[in-house]
Design a protein around this ligand. Structure first.
Ligand code: FAD
Length: 770
């Protein structure tokens, strides 16, 4: 912040000694005989602001400008009052320490506040910042704005702080007057815009919250290294009124085409990598405020924001001519007035420039949004470019033992992802993300077969981690959960058996027998995914330990932890999926357990509680699979569309044949349906828990596999022979999509349980009516 100060400018010089004397005894940290330096902040166009440094503490002084001022402007006493109120509830503002109305001290009123160390970004395009961080900074800014608009005026004693209702109307009138008072030359467009605004006042002008009035990215101090707002500055224009005015004012740079020469004050941000589009920021804002997703009268508020900015620019320009503007580049503002007003008029009359808030029923949290942007960025920058090298690794080692290992390039990416905090995102307790938040991320990772592993979110480890997190003892967590979360080891889940129909899990025959302080396991499992990876050190094994007619079939099984190096555990063979051993996912192994002894403490939750655990494990895990299938289908549809536009048969592009056009349409419909269903399931998981979400989860399990198969199949068909070759990823994608209809239970089993739940629901409804 110090490099943003200069020596005090000539026209703002005041008596520093007098100030020092005044502050002594009034301000903790200001002492006699100490050095006391004053520098001026070079930015900020209104109330001159100074950095005061004494040996032990730094402060910030804000004062009225001197000279003749526009009526009602530069009220530093109000700034002091609002900051004091906001600081009292922990809202990020610098703590106001002292207000002085005695103009004898430095010539004008002033107040002193804490000096906050942090980052201030003068340019809304955030040059020199990574795209990921840009996104997070913008999200943090909008979150803090939503928080401001949610404060309770009564609790803060700020009900009378402004005039409230009719803010938009007052703004038009105030800024028109301010403009006229500072107009040096006539700009007819300003009057046209002022008239348009007066004649198109919004019907929702009766909504009232605290408003900042000048909420821009450069009025925020961010944490030195985190995307967190430490302080909102410059409360000069704060009042009470319609909050959307603040939001659209903040979003102004989004509507400013970069070719327009008004970058001095706005800086067009559209198209800058990482900066979220206006509609996303609006969504986040609405969600944080808990209000419906709509920005009514958007044209009006955007035009008003630009009008206001133009009038402020005119005021600064006028003051610069009078010699009392606080910034050295004030004269440049004069040049921005007309282009800004013209742009505002264009927006006022245009519907095409208006914001289209996405019709998203299920919105992520602001944190979820920021993490998703990070994941997207990471995928684009690191994972997608590495895909070729990963594939080459598996081709090169297709017959050798190395194929079971994670390719070195993936290990490097995992380290990077972990360092970036993009790790274990699927586990709410660790990531702080909801299932809904993570669903969008899972969709993104579904676009690349190796992406889940890079983020340590791959099956079956994610499901096993969930089991240990939910049901593991402290010792089990220490031994197995912690290394799994670190990514030091991998795991497998052994439920399905070769000799019985495992769709009905109560058929499981692998036995578990207690022998003093040990359990002994005997049986065969197969389709144990991931067991081929040399890092796979632990298996969760489903066994039968209570064979008795008097015990319910769902209480006879248990889950137990079996270290893979326990004597008697034998990996018999890797199975193949459509002829491939799927080494990139650690394969799917047949494993035999011959008199395997493990300590009794390895039992999970307790004897006979295997199905209880299975329910806990499969809910979120299935949801993640389904959202990954949505991502995979999106990618397949992309390929389908590209191909159908680049090949012609019988004198037409492929997409011009109606049958192909209909496939495209049907694929889009199917993807959207499944995404919405899955997000709804995620929402229910978050809000009502696993049990309540069971039916929805079963529904998406069926719908997602079918949809992914259908979309990939259409894409294969459109690709002709190439579709089933390894030249395009579709064959591999189909393999994955097809297994989804079997893994974690075949469709038919889920359909039966959906029907059963539906019948029960209907009965309940009927009973409630009677
Ligand atoms: C790629 C892949 C990975 C897997 N990973 C794992 C893993 O990590 N761990 C693990 O334990 N298992 C895993 N599995 C196994 C999977 O969960 C089972 O294959 C699945 O549950 C079906 O059991 P099954 O193969 O014994 O089929 P069966 O039980 O023999 O069923 C065969 C068919 O019978 C039909 N059927 C079954 N029940 C009904 C019904 N009620 N009504 C009508 N028809 C019915 C269905 O069409 C079903 O496909 C994986 C499977 C695949 C393909």
């Amino acid at each position: 912040m110090d490099d943003q100060t200069t020596p005090v400018r000539q026209q703002h010089v005041f008596n520093v000694k007098k100030l020092h004397r005044y502050l002594m005894g009034r301000l903790h940290g200001v002492l006699e005989n100490t050095t006391f330096s004053v520098r001026q902040y070079s930015s900020g166009q209104s109330n001159p602001t100074f950095l005061i440094q004494s040996p032990h503490k730094s402060f910030v002084l804000r004062k009225k400008p001197h000279g003749s001022l526009l009526p009602g402007a530069h009220k530093v006493d109000r700034e002091y009052v609002v900051q004091k109120a906001l600081h009292s509830i922990g809202f990020p503002v610098p703590q106001p320490l002292l207000y002085c109305s005695d103009t004898d001290v430095i010539g004008t009123e002033f107040y002193i506040m804490d000096h906050i160390q942090g980052r201030i970004f003068r340019d809304p395009r955030l040059p020199g910042i990574s795209a990921t961080e840009r996104s997070a900074l913008y999200v943090a800014a909008v979150e803090v704005l939503a928080r401001l608009h949610s404060v309770n005026l009564t609790t803060l004693g700020l009900v009378g702080y402004g005039k409230g209702v009719g803010y938009a109307k007052r703004q038009v009138s105030t800024w028109t007057k301010q403009y006229r008072a500072s107009a040096i030359r006539s700009i007819p467009a300003v009057d046209v815009l002022s008239d348009w605004l007066s004649n198109n006042l919004p019907s929702n002008d009766d909504q009232v919250t605290l408003v900042h009035g000048d909420f821009r990215i450069d009025n925020l101090i961010f944490h030195p290294s985190e995307a967190r707002v430490l302080a909102v500055l410059d409360w000069e224009l704060s009042t009470t009124g319609q909050p959307l005015a603040d939001l659209t004012y903040f979003l102004m740079p989004h509507y400013c085409p970069s070719h327009l020469n008004i970058s001095t004050i706005l800086g067009g941000v559209t198209g800058i990598e990482g900066i979220p589009p206006a509609e996303d920021l609006i969504s986040i804002y609405c969600q944080c405020c808990g209000i419906p997703l709509s920005l009514s009268h958007q044209n009006f508020f955007i035009a008003l924001a630009m009008f206001k900015m133009a009038c402020i620019a005119q005021g600064i320009y006028a003051r610069s001519l009078l010699g009392n503007a606080s910034a050295p580049n004030a004269a440049q503002f004069g040049e921005s007035v007309e282009p800004l007003v013209q742009l505002a008029l264009k927006i006022a009359h245009s519907s095409s420039l208006a914001v289209q808030v996405p019709d998203r029923l299920f919105l992520q949290s602001a944190k979820g949004y920021a993490v998703l942007q990070q994941v997207k960025e990471f995928m684009k920058k690191h994972i997608l470019p590495a895909q070729k090298e990963v594939t080459e690794y598996y081709v090169k080692h297709c017959d050798g033992p190395e194929r079971w290992q994670t390719p070195p390039v993936l290990e490097e990416l995992k380290a990077k992802a972990r360092a970036a905090g993009l790790w274990n995102l699927f586990l709410p307790a660790v990531s702080g993300l909801s299932q809904l938040d993570y669903s969008y991320i899972a969709e993104e990772t579904g676009r690349c077969f190796c992406a889940p592993e890079v983020f340590n979110c791959q099956a079956p480890d994610s499901g096993n981690i969930e089991v240990l997190h939910l049901f593991g003892s402290e010792e089990q967590k220490k031994l197995w959960l912690e290394p799994l979360l670190r990514g030091d080891i991998r795991s497998c889940f052994c439920m399905t058996e070769p000799d019985i129909a495992s769709s009905d899990a109560t058929n499981m025959e692998c036995t578990l027998r207690k022998d003093k302080d040990h359990y002994v396991i005997n049986g065969k499992k197969w389709w144990s995914s991931g067991a081929g990876n040399p890092k796979c050190k632990i298996a969760i094994v489903m066994c039968k330990n209570k064979a008795s007619d008097s015990i319910s079939r769902h209480d006879q099984h248990s889950m137990i932890l079996v270290p893979m190096d326990t004597p008697g555990v034998r990996k018999v063979r890797p199975l193949t999926v459509f002829g491939q051993d799927d080494a990139c996912h650690g394969g799917h192994f047949e494993i035999h357990f011959d008199n395997v002894h493990v300590p009794a403490s390895n039992i999970l939750l307790g004897e006979g509680r295997g199905f209880e655990i299975a329910q806990g494990r499969l809910g979120p895990g299935r949801l993640h699979h389904c959202m990954r299938a949505v991502g995979l289908a999106e990618q397949a549809l992309e390929l389908l569309c590209q191909r159908s536009g680049s090949r012609s048969t019988f004198g037409k592009r492929l997409y011009q044949h109606e049958v192909v056009a209909h496939w495209i349409a049907e694929c889009r419909i199917a993807i959207e349906q499944v995404r919405l269903l899955a997000l709804h399931a995620a929402y229910i998981l978050d809000t009502q828990g696993n049990k309540a979400a069971r039916k929805k989860i079963a529904m998406i399990k069926v719908a997602a596999g079918r949809m992914a198969c259908k979309v990939v199949d259409c894409a294969i068909q459109v690709h002709g022979g190439a579709g089933v070759s390894d030249d395009v990823p579709l064959a591999h994608m189909y393999t994955y999509a097809r297994t989804l209809r079997l893994a974690d239970g075949p469709d038919e089993v889920h359909l039966s349980s959906i029907a059963l739940m539906e019948l029960k629901d209907q009965l309940r409804r009927r009973a409630a009516k009677l």
